[in-house]
Ligand binder design. Structure first.
Ligand SMILES: [Fe+2]
Ligand SMILES: [Fe+2]
Length: 403
């Protein structure tokens, strides 16, 4: 079965450039190009594409309405916005209408990776074993209400750091978590921060949003009572992986958007473990026993007992919540980099490294100690492996300074 992609862009030059950029070596991709939302809908009616790549600005036609129509009529189609618009307000308006957002001019590699990622996620989520296990979970956690409130606030015209700070301050648990984060060694601030508004100003709205989402999601698992499982420990691990992901992404020279995405991906990467512990408790206990008996990794035990992994289940939940593909891919493949479509330092690779570092935090500064679980073969292929020792030292320093 060829993988079908529909491109919608009224600029003939962009169409040509896309054709040239993507044709090389992508024989299994079946690509169609049209120039307007109207033609786009007609092309979809003829044959629904698996992936849609579209501009949102068209003369005389509304790209927003087009995306709403596609979402309604073809919910299975992955939607990627490729646009010259990078305006924050527009991004927020479109954020839940698209799985990925790429700004023009885009590198061919970036676009290939985005499309490849969309196909990878579709394939993963279509696996029978995953669908069967997900069906056994009766009540999936919902998108946290404070997060929904925050998104609504950010969408309004007059959203300010002050207002976001006030919203957060109403929730004491959330305020405490936010303050703990900004005052942790990872942020290396000279002074203690004591007000939520100041914390929001320091973190920025995107990181604050990520914290509100993750913390609200974790709260829904408060009732888990299993021997050997600690939600507090899971939260600490999520925070460590998020902070280390942010440090690595910034050190690698990424822009703000990618750094913030890496942080969010780090926070949510193991959320599938909570799903298993809360809803498939017997399996969770068997998984732990299996790990101990066979001295194997958790994902290996999960495959044995469940037929799927916490990584896939987490990706499934994040997909239901409509989070960006980058975040879903990081959760899905953080133990399996070979599934990454392009060998480059993606959010997935960053979270993989941060996860390995976080699990080795107490001996990270001792470079003689080997790192467990590192996907060395993939990291070698992607040319990232040489950078790891320096990142390791940097992360170890940040951690040690505060302890
Ligand atoms: Fe994991
Ligand atoms: Fe982890």
């Amino acid at each position: 079965m060829p993988k079908t992609i529909l491109f919608v862009d009224e600029e003939p030059l962009i169409q040509k450039a896309l054709q040239r950029a993507l044709h090389n070596g992508q024989q299994e991709w079946h690509m169609r190009f049209v120039s307007s939302p109207q033609e786009g809908l007609a092309a979809m009616a003829e044959q629904a594409a698996e992936v849609l790549v579209t501009e949102v600005a068209f003369t005389g036609q509304n790209g927003l309405e087009f995306l709403i129509a596609v979402r309604k009529r073809y919910p299975q189609t992955a939607r990627i916005i490729l646009s010259g618009y990078v305006d924050r307000d527009i991004l927020l308006k479109f954020s839940d209408l698209a799985h990925q957002f790429i700004s023009k001019p885009a590198e061919a590699e970036e676009l290939k990776a985005a499309i490849g990622r969309a196909f990878m996620i579709k394939e993963l989520l279509a696996q029978d074993a995953l669908k069967q296990v997900a069906a056994r979970i009766k009540a999936l956690p919902s998108l946290p209400s404070l997060y929904q409130e925050l998104v609504r606030l950010l969408r309004s015209e007059e959203a300010s750091v002050q207002q976001v700070g006030e919203l957060i301050a109403k929730d004491m648990g959330m305020s405490a978590k936010l303050l703990k984060l900004v005052n942790s060694s990872y942020f290396g601030l000279p002074q203690q921060v004591t007000s939520p508004a100041k914390a929001v100003a320091l973190l920025g709205l995107d990181l604050t949003g990520a914290m509100v989402l993750a913390s609200g999601a974790f709260e829904q698992f408060n009732a888990i009572r299993i021997k050997g499982f600690s939600l507090a420990q899971m939260w600490d691990h999520a925070m460590a992986v998020a902070a280390l992901s942010k440090i690595i992404a910034a050190e690698a020279g990424f822009g703000r958007g990618k750094v913030d995405a890496a942080f969010m991906a780090g926070l949510l990467h193991d959320i599938g473990k909570l799903l298993i512990a809360a809803h498939l408790t017997d399996s969770f206990v068997s998984i732990i026993q299996h790990m101990q008996a066979k001295a194997c990794a958790m994902v290996a035990a999960e495959r044995e007992i469940l037929g799927t992994t916490h990584a896939a289940l987490g990706a499934y939940l994040l997909g239901l919540w409509g989070l960006p593909d980058r975040i879903i891919a990081a959760a899905a493949f953080h133990h399996d980099l070979s599934s990454e479509p392009v060998p480059e330092l993606s959010s997935t690779a960053i979270v993989h490294l941060a996860d390995v570092f976080a699990n080795a935090l107490f001996y990270l500064s001792d470079s003689r100690q080997p790192l467990e679980g590192l996907d060395t073969a993939w990291l070698e292929r992607s040319g990232i492996v040489d950078k790891i020792p320096a990142w390791r030292v940097l992360c170890a320093d940040r951690f040690q300074n505060g302890h």
